[in-house]
Design a protein around this ligand. Structure first.
Ligand SMILES: Cc1ncc(COP(=O)(O)O)c(C=O)c1O
Length: 445
């Protein structure tokens, strides 16, 4: 990625690296890396997908077979159909960009919406973004809130939620408060989490900003139970005063068998380049019709009514301004989202979730046998998903990641303080790989 370097799991802009380190040798290495021409992938055509056979599913990916990839949830490698769609769109866009764009933009968006709706299993409006972070920034920057209105978030959310809200508060005086939902993540319970969050809701709370699966601990929030409890609080409020339940869904989306209908949230924000194994640089924000009424876009949409009105040809969109951010995009990636959703629809959301949970359970059972190791993620599948976090006493998470990588196991250190060792079990993993991961952690303990 041009101009970017990596610290832990997070990309940091070249400017920041320059300011922080001013290490000319390191920058020289980065620059050389940036200028390297892409190497040919030598991708072979995979055998046809048999959705019932996990080996066939794994064969759809070109991940390095020498490595067991338990870090796919940070930034995914897409399956064959998605790669082929990206290649095909890119070739046509390179040949004749505008003709191909005009011939495709309306139909492709409709196809994505249709396939995504099957996956999400819900009505409502969807807009596409480049990432979870972009979706959260646009959403929390654009919700209609007045000075003094409160946003309630939690101690457990990621940088992208906390910083989107901090920037919003700095801009127009919205109050942001944080609740702690559990003390011991391994023992986190549904009642404890719902009770702690609801106890922090006040008459001024207009937004509840939470994360479905915490990337710091692997704890999965009981979003449905939270939605039900919040609906009770909202019952006597006017539409403008209702507290909207907004969810950073990225570590549940593509890993848990639930969509907006099951979650009962007002907004669901996710990247599609993690557990969904979609094209890099894709994401979405889904919202109910009523919730979108409370949203004021920051980026102008590219719909005909808005552009027509700007040109003096009409009154503009009927109703609220559409939320979809306009501008030309990396359409070869965006349009391949259709294949990403179709891939999951072919596998079945329920089967993907069951496989993810089964591998996570096997991993947690293995790790729990290691003397001294502290499992951070709950064993219960009701409050966890595919993320598995642990501490190896006496070993720094980053050092553990490095040592495991040398054993052919790709894991990650959480970008939080304190950090911990984190593995994500997904459809690209086998049971044998899970056993190898346990053995690698055992060797470090
Ligand atoms: C909970 C959570 N939300 C958002 C992100 C950022 O996702 P994206 O790369 O799609 O912006 C991450 C990590 O990458 C995360 O752990």
């Amino acid at each position: 990625m041009k101009g970017m370097a990596w610290i832990g799991d997070m990309a940091v802009s070249r400017r920041l690296v320059l300011g922080a380190a001013a290490g000319t040798a390191a920058l020289g290495a980065l620059a050389a890396c940036d200028d390297d021409p892409p190497k040919p992938t030598g991708q072979a055509t995979p055998p046809p997908l048999d959705p019932q056979d996990w080996a066939s599913v794994r064969a759809q990916f070109v991940l390095d077979p020498a490595v067991a990839h338990f870090d796919a949830f940070v930034f995914a490698s897409p399956p064959a159909t998605v790669r082929a769609a990206i290649d095909a769109h890119r070739a046509q866009l390179d040949r004749d960009p505008l003709t191909y764009l005009h011939a495709n933009e309306v139909a492709r968006d409709a196809q994505i919406t249709q396939e995504a709706a099957k996956y999400l299993g819900a009505h409502g409006e969807l807009y596409l973004t480049d990432s979870t972070t972009m979706g959260l920034g646009l959403l929390y920057g654009g919700l209609a809130l007045a000075s003094g209105d409160e946003v309630l978030t939690t101690e457990h959310d990621f940088y992208s939620t906390h910083e989107s809200l901090r920037l919003r508060a700095a801009r127009d005086g919205v109050t942001v408060r944080r609740a702690r939902l559990y003390r011991d993540p391994a023992a986190a319970g549904v009642d404890e989490m719902v009770g702690a969050l609801l106890a922090a809701v006040t008459p001024k709370t207009r937004v509840v900003a939470v994360t479905w699966v915490h990337s710091s601990t692997g704890v999965r929030l009981p979003v449905r139970e939270i939605a039900t409890a919040l609906a009770e609080v909202n019952r006597s409020r006017s539409p403008q005063e209702k507290a909207l339940l907004c969810v950073d869904g990225v570590h549940g989306f593509g890993a848990v068998d639930a969509g907006p209908a099951e979650l009962g949230c007002d907004f669901l924000v996710s990247g599609c380049h993690k557990w969904l194994f979609g094209p890099r640089g894709t994401g979405m924000v889904w919202g109910t019709e009523a919730a979108w009424q409370r949203f004021r876009p920051v980026i102008p949409p590219f719909d005909n009514a808005s552009i027509g009105a700007w040109m003096g040809f009409g009154p503009g969109p009927a109703g609220a301004v559409p939320p979809s951010p306009g501008g030309y995009h990396a359409f070869e990636h965006r349009w391949a989202l259709r294949e990403a959703f179709a891939f999951h629809n072919a596998l079945g959301r329920d089967r993907v979730a069951a496989r993810t949970a089964q591998l996570a359970a096997t991993l947690k059972a293995g790790l729990a046998q290691i003397p001294g190791l502290k499992l951070i993620t709950p064993r219960s599948p009701a409050v966890s998903a595919g993320l598995v976090c642990c501490d190896i006493p006496g070993t720094q998470p980053a050092a553990a990641v490095q040592a495991m990588r040398a054993q052919g196991i790709a894991a990650s250190a959480t970008p939080y303080n304190p950090s911990c060792l984190r593995l994500g079990t997904s459809i690209v993993n086998s049971v044998e790989e899970v056993d190898r991961a346990v053995a690698a952690v055992r060797a470090l303990s």
